[in-house]
Design a protein around this ligand. Structure first.
Ligand code: NAP
Length: 253
């Protein structure tokens, strides 16, 4: 049995508490939440503390707080020489306080409290200071997902930047598409099949092979017409920049 303590009560903590609670080989011993109400109904209230100093040693201690608070929280932990990991994409392993053994447990997925995620398919990126801890993290991660990768801090940063492009930025482009539809009284749902097909296509083709549209065809009259159609400055600039980026990328091939 691997004992786990969780520090945090946000999106990632919610999903971790749910999935770890289902595993027969893992046990959540304690959870720290500044506001205990945030974990209502998720876990036995007796396991929740709002005093970080009361968190006791466990085989794996997971800090899942906002990136800006990871350093301070790791310093505030009262015990030492335990495996303490953070869940951030862009923070180095060594930002954690040196009184404990350092590790990273980065789940490469977008988590919101109210949206279910099939955790068994979430890629889990692990890193640790020493081989023994890495092995423990590997066993722990395999209890939760079939997709486990040993990724160092530099690779994880690159992965996070890549993830921002393929997820956060793409989602913002949905937001722009939605706004344009709304302005013209078109239901956004009409674009759902296109969104789905675009995402599914790159499971079979490389992103470059899958690229279509006026930019790659160099249909310059159409791209100019689209630029003129867009009145909002950011939308116009994003359209121009992405069009240029698609065309420049093809030139380099
Ligand atoms: N969400 C994702 O999709 C995702 C995916 C992969 C990795 N991550 C990483 O996972 C970590 C947590 O992200 P999240 O999305 O779960 O964040 P979140 O939903 O914003 O939750 C952040 C948590 O941090 C707590 N917190 C903030 N400052 C604190 C402090 N000084 N002391 C103690 N607790 C503090 C908050 O407490 P209060 O509720 O009291 O404010 C909250 O419980 C981050 O490092 C993030 O980069 C997130």
């Amino acid at each position: 049995m691997i004992s786990v303590a969780i520090i945090g009560s946000g999106n990632v903590a919610h999903h971790l508490i749910k999935v770890i609670s289902k595993s027969k080989n893992l046990e959540i011993t304690q959870v720290f939440a500044r506001n205990k109400d945030r974990l209502k109904g998720l876990i036995d209230p007796q396991k929740i503390t709002s005093n970080l100093a009361q968190i006791k040693p466990a085989d794996v201690v997971i800090i899942c707080v906002t990136d800006g608070s990871v350093v301070a929280v790791s310093k505030e932990i009262a015990f030492n020489n335990q495996l303490v990991v953070h869940t951030a994409g862009s923070l180095n392993l060594d930002v954690l306080d040196s009184k404990n053994r350092k590790g990273v447990f980065y789940p490469l997925q977008t988590f919101s409290k109210d949206k279910e995620v099939d955790f068994s398919k979430v890629p889990l990126c692990i890193e640790a200071e020493n081989e023994k801890d890495l092995q423990l993290l590997e066993v722990f991660a395999h209890e939760l997902s079939s997709s486990v990768y040993k990724i160092d801090s530099q690779q994880r940063k690159a992965l996070h930047v890549s993830a921002v492009f393929v997820s956060n930025f793409v989602n913002h482009l949905y937001t722009i598409g939605n706004a344009i539809c709304q302005e013209h009284q078109i239901p956004f749902e009409i674009l759902h099949p296109l969104i789905q097909e675009t995402a599914q296509k790159i499971m079979h083709l490389s992103p470059v092979q899958a690229q279509t549209g006026p930019a790659i065809r160099h249909d310059d009259t159409i791209t100019q017409m689209h630029e003129a159609f867009l009145l909002e400055e950011n939308q116009k600039n994003i359209y121009k920049l992405l069009t240029q980026s698609i065309q420049d990328h093809v030139k380099k091939l």
